[in-house]
Design a protein around this ligand. Structure first.
Ligand code: C2E
Ligand code: SIN
Ligand code: SIN
Ligand code: FE
Ligand code: FE
Length: 626
């Protein structure tokens, strides 16, 4: 570094010493190199503090003094005038003083018996000090930036303790100031502590985590969504010294996303109902699809659809879900409304009846006992209107008091409009009006024809269902079924996938693998089958296969996750044949498998997917080649 001569720059020197000899020497040298020096000498703490208040340009202090030592002088300087350079003056090089004072913040030290050119030496010290001050000032600028950026910035120890934080972070996490947040463990603020641990592990491993989105708990307990980018700062030994991170509050974005997601999901569900209306053979399936959407999308604990019969002016339950699902009598849908008075009011007035809290709403009084018997705390009755006429009523039930918002109400109206269309469809209406006895006759004569129609829709090869049924009946016999059991088994096998009529074509005939959502819809087919078959007395004992053929021995199947012998025997037998035949058939999304591979597949899943005892019998019975 090049030294510039001071050229008359004024320099006020404060000397801490008990005798002036050495100071005079230094001052003379400083004048010699061009400073215009003024100086004073102090010996006591009081005089020193007074002099500091006048802001000298330089403090020269003897190390060892009876009244005011160098260390104390430096400490007082840092308390009262930190921006003034301090040069320690000691007896000999190597005195402890140099170490203590230099590490305490002294700019330099001079020795009393030291070099002749004290002046340049002091000038050099002052230049070094000047540079340090500039550094400090630029640090201060960064600090100001750190404090003022509108993003939460922090530094944390490897175990998560916050050791520095800016105002934005404090505000985000609900702390009044920096002091109150220091020492707080960031890990404890994670709403999901497992996620907090994962975050720490990931940053430790990768060194940096970009845009981690998680929920944090503010000091006041409120939960916010945050987006965090952090890096591990490693020490020379490679170990993490601390984490530096930037965190944003993304709660508004997350809320907007969730609202959008809800909208999309509701749109999709309206579409699903549309597809069910146009694609179904039976209105019961459409209404069943619709009630699935009502309970899923409206967050309801139960719902039913009541059909209005104008001649008798009665409301008859036609389909039901959740809280009210067990409410129909054994021979069909004969039960009335959950809340007869309120449902009638909705039908008569052609308007939505809203009971946010059954316990306190005076309007609930007429049906309070009935509602409470069903465990209903909030109740909604929506009239189903088509061409200006009441076709029925949709009852929506909640276990807890509930005040719907505008969005909820709009969606309920959209679903109600669709329910009304489904009911108004003359053909479907005929289906619903048909007595169970007629249905039994109709199914009795057309069961096998229906199965063929199902094959066609499922793009199955000619005779697939017949073939599966014959094979399944052989296996059932080998397992020991006989007589009436076998008759029911046969009917159940023929109808095993009847619930697929509730599945939109777009999913059923998809050329590729199903997405998660599509798979979820597909998995409703056993439930639809049950809804369809439940009212038909004649097919009641045959329901086990359609309803339970996708349950698995280890409990990982659907729709109910039954396990082992909880799964009806007929369904355990049929499941093996279903998979056997499926894998031996071309599907729009894959070619048929060779027989050996299918045998291996079934053998490998005996005891997990399949009942192991039945799988044994099946593998003996099923062919070894085509
Ligand atoms: P499905 O084709 O009659 O198949 C009946 C069962 O056989 C399936 O039940 C599954 O256990 C087994 N299976 C059929 N194909 C395969 C296969 O390629 N690999 C394996 N490991 N197992 C197979 P799952 O899985 O519950 O499926 C029920 C129905 O859902 C199927 O009846 C089919 O109609 C449909 N489905 C399932 N996955 C897809 C898919 O990726 N794409 C399409 N388009 N439809 C699918
Ligand atoms: C599957 O589990 O669906 C894939 C089996 C395969 O095609 O090998
Ligand atoms: C196969 O060979 O792909 C069937 C065997 C199995 O998946 O367990
Ligand atoms: Fe199936
Ligand atoms: Fe099948």
């Amino acid at each position: 570094m090049e030294m510039h001569p001071p050229n008359g720059v004024r320099l006020r020197v404060l000397v801490v010493d008990d005798e002036p000899t050495y100071a005079e020497l230094v001052v003379a040298e400083l004048r010699h190199v061009g400073f215009a020096v003024e100086w004073e000498i102090v010996e006591s703490e009081e005089a020193y503090l007074d002099a500091l208040a006048r802001s000298p340009d330089l403090v020269l202090s003897d190390y060892a003094l009876p009244r005011l030592g160098g260390e104390r002088a430096l400490e007082l300087l840092r308390q009262h005038g930190p921006e003034i350079p301090f040069i320690a003056v000691t007896g000999t090089i190597g005195e402890d003083a140099t170490v203590t004072l230099m590490s305490g913040g002294a700019v330099d030290y001079l020795t009393k018996d030291g070099p002749a050119d004290l002046g340049p030496s002091v000038a050099r010290c002052l230049t070094v000090w000047q540079l340090r001050r500039e550094q400090r000032e630029s640090k201060k600028e960064y600090r100001d930036l750190f404090e003022q950026v509108p993003i939460g910035l922090y530094r944390a120890t490897p175990d998560g303790r916050i050791v520095d934080a800016n105002a934005a972070l404090c505000e985000m996490l609900g702390y009044p100031d920096r002091e109150s947040i220091l020492g707080v463990n960031a890990g404890d603020r994670y709403a999901d502590s497992a996620d907090g641990a994962r975050w720490l592990a990931q940053i430790e491993l990768a060194g940096v985590v970009l845009g981690h989105e998680t929920r944090m708990t503010r000091r006041d307990g409120a939960v916010i969504w945050t987006r965090d980018t952090a890096r591990a700062v490693r020490g020379d030994d490679g170990a993490t010294a601390y984490y530096d991170g930037a965190m944003e509050d993304i709660t508004p974005r997350k809320e907007a996303e969730a609202a959008l997601q809800r909208q999309l999901s509701r749109l999709a569900s309206l579409r699903t109902v549309d597809l069910a209306i146009t694609g179904s053979l039976d209105a019961r399936v459409t209404l069943s699809v619709l009630l699935d959407q009502v309970t899923m999308q409206l967050g309801a604990d139960g719902a039913d659809i009541l059909l209005f019969e104008p001649e008798s002016a009665t409301l008859t339950r036609t389909a039901a879900r959740g809280l009210v699902a067990g409410g129909h009598s054994a021979n069909g849908w004969t039960a009335g409304p959950v809340a007869p008075g309120l449902a009638a009011r909705a039908a008569a007035g052609s308007r939505l009846v809203t009971i946010g809290d059954v316990a306190t709403d005076p309007d609930a009084r007429i049906d309070q006992a009935a509602l409470q018997a069903y465990g209903v705390a909030a109740y909604f009755a929506m009239p189903l209107l088509a061409k200006g006429q009441v076709k029925g009523v949709l009852e929506v039930l909640h276990r807890r008091p509930f005040l719907p918002d505008e969005e909820w109400r709009e969606f309920l109206e959209a679903l109600a409009a669709q329910a009304a269309i489904a009911i108004d469809n003359a053909v479907l209406f005929g289906d619903l009006q048909r007595s169970n006895a007629e249905l039994v006759r109709a199914y009795d004569t057309t069961l096998e024809g229906w199965a063929r129609a199902l094959d066609l829709r499922d793009k199955e090869t000619e005779g697939h269902t017949q073939r599966v049924t014959e094979l399944a009946v052989r296996l059932a016999r080998a397992v020991g079924l006989a007589g009436a059991e076998l008759v029911h088994f046969r009917r159940g096998a023929l109808l095993h996938d009847v619930g697929k009529i509730g599945i939109p074509d777009a999913i059923l005939s998809k050329q590729g693998r199903l997405s998660e959502e599509e798979r979820a819809v597909m998995r409703l087919h056993p439930k639809y089958a049950d809804d369809l078959l439940a009212p038909i007395e004649y097919l009641r004992p045959a329901r086990a296969i359609p309803y339970c053929h996708h349950e698995k021995w280890d409990g990982t199947g659907y729709p109910r996750g039954l396990r082992g012998e909880e799964i009806p025997l007929a369904a355990r037998i049929f499941a093996i044949v279903d998979v056997w035949d499926a894998l031996l058939s071309d599907r729009p999304y894959r070619r048929r498998w060779p027989i050996e591979r299918v045998r291996r597949y079934i053998a490998a899943r005996a005891g997990s997917h399949f009942d192991p005892a039945i799988a044994d019998v099946a593998l003996r019975l099923l062919p070894h080649d085509a």
